[in-house]
Design a protein around this ligand. Structure first.
Ligand SMILES: NC(=O)c1ccc[n+]([C@@H]2O[C@H](COP(=O)([O-])OP(=O)(O)OC[C@H]3O[C@@H](n4cnc5c(N)ncnc54)[C@H](OP(=O)(O)O)[C@@H]3O)[C@@H](O)[C@H]2O)c1
Length: 367
């Protein structure tokens, strides 16, 4: 794809930077960020270093909520607008974080929708990030777009450890005492928060009326690349904890960062593409198989497993949730395969090998 204008809201993050690398050389990439970088051209990477020669990347500051003229001008007439903005879900799901995670996604989606409606020439395509987490915890069969079961939001379809149960009981009792059993805060605790984010985020996207702009939501599986989720995996390997997590039988759907970029390109080149697409490689694996492949590729002969109760303690210490690891995400890219999209990275071995060869050994080995 060449000579297109591609606006990426939240483009400073892991996926946004992968897209900037993928598209930035032959196209004009415009990144919207909350960092103070107004109008900086050809900056690249988390520290906004100067982009390599030949890249064409512009950064504009935005607040993720309101439409402003300086970036609206770039949305106006853009070929693709991609919205990836949102506070990371890698945090403890307390009241404050829940609000931030949810509001940031809905506000950003509404701001982009409004900008598209304010454009004199409507952008051709709007791609919004979504997540494969929207499907239920699946141990029995894979979930595709057409017949897949969207989670019913009940927390009881999630894996539980005893510690997790105790924490839940305590949080609920506290919310009942503080806000009352009829309160919104109390009822929210009965919902699976990660699924609630996915549902409200997709709903906000669908509610935005942009008749002249085609809309696609990418339900992305865990995205593998040089960064993102690989960083904690490499740290685990270094600490000798590269074994399976939980009971290791939960399914692990994944996608290589390059394939996610190729899907964006494919959507742009296929005017019939619209609606929801599962973005996951066609060969998901179990958590145990994934960790085994990772150990092999990085030359670790063994790795200790981390059981659910250990993960619960660890997650409390580092401020995250075990659900991100223990939920069985078994998702297939039914619509993409049917439409003829060819994945470059079809097997986890291939994807992991590619990432490991691009990563210095010191990142995943102590010596
Ligand atoms: N990585 C995955 O495996 C994966 C899988 C499925 C779905 N997704 C979704 O895809 C999107 C991109 O993923 P990612 O891994 O690139 O995430 P990321 O690295 O956390 O990047 C998200 C970007 O959103 C912006 N942001 C953060 N907090 C915000 C807030 N309160 N308001 C507005 N913008 C905010 C940040 O940009 P600035 O600080 O520059 O503004 C950040 O760079 C996310 O929404 C994520 O939920 C990711």
């Amino acid at each position: 794809m060449e000579n297109k204008r591609i606006v990426i809201a939240g483009g400073t993050g892991f996926i946004g930077q992968a897209m900037a690398r993928y598209f930035g050389k032959n196209n004009h990439v415009v990144i919207l960020t909350r960092k103070s970088v107004n109008g900086h051209n050809n900056r690249f990477g988390q520290g906004l270093l100067k982009a390599p020669d030949g890249y064409n990347i512009t950064y504009w500051r935005w607040d993720g909520k309101h439409v402003e003229k300086h970036w609206l001008d770039d949305v106006d007439g853009a070929d693709i607008v991609i919205n990836l903005a949102g506070r990371s879900v890698n945090c403890r799901y307390n009241e404050r974080n829940r609000k931030e995670v949810l509001d940031s996604r809905i506000d950003a989606t509404q701001a982009i929708g409004q900008a598209i409606r304010h454009s004199r020439k409507a952008p051709t395509l709007w791609i919004n990030a979504a997540s494969a987490t929207i499907y239920r915890h699946a141990m029995d069969k894979p979930q595709e777009e057409e017949h897949g079961e969207i989670s019913d939001l009940k927390k009881d379809n999630m894996p539980w450890s005893l510690l997790d149960r105790l924490r839940y009981g305590y949080t609920k009792a506290w919310a009942g005492y503080r806000y009352g059993k009829g309160s919104k805060q109390y009822k929210l605790l009965d919902k699976d928060f990660s699924v609630e984010i996915c549902r409200s985020w997709e709903q906000a996207f669908m509610d935005e009326h942009t008749p002249a702009t085609r809309k696609v939501a990418l339900r992305a599986a865990i995205t593998l690349g040089a960064g993102g989720v690989m960083v904690p995996y490499f740290n685990l390997l270094k600490a000798g904890l590269g074994g399976y997590q939980g009971n290791g039988r939960q399914m692990y759907s994944w996608i290589h960062e390059e394939d996610l970029c190729r899907i964006v390109e494919w959507c742009a080149e296929h005017p019939e593409a619209s609606g929801m697409y599962n973005c996951a490689a066609p060969n998901p694996v179990t958590n145990s198989a994934f960790m085994c492949t990772l150990r092999k590729a990085t030359g670790h002969r063994f790795g200790l497993p981390a059981f659910s109760w250990m993960l619960e303690l660890g997650a409390a210490l580092i401020g995250t949730e075990t659900e991100l690891i223990l939920k069985s995400r078994w998702v297939l890219p039914g619509r993409l395969l049917k439409a003829g999209f060819r994945f470059k990275y079809t097997h986890a071995e291939q994807a992991i090998r590619d990432i490991v060869t691009r990563t210095p050994r010191s990142r995943y080995h102590l010596f």
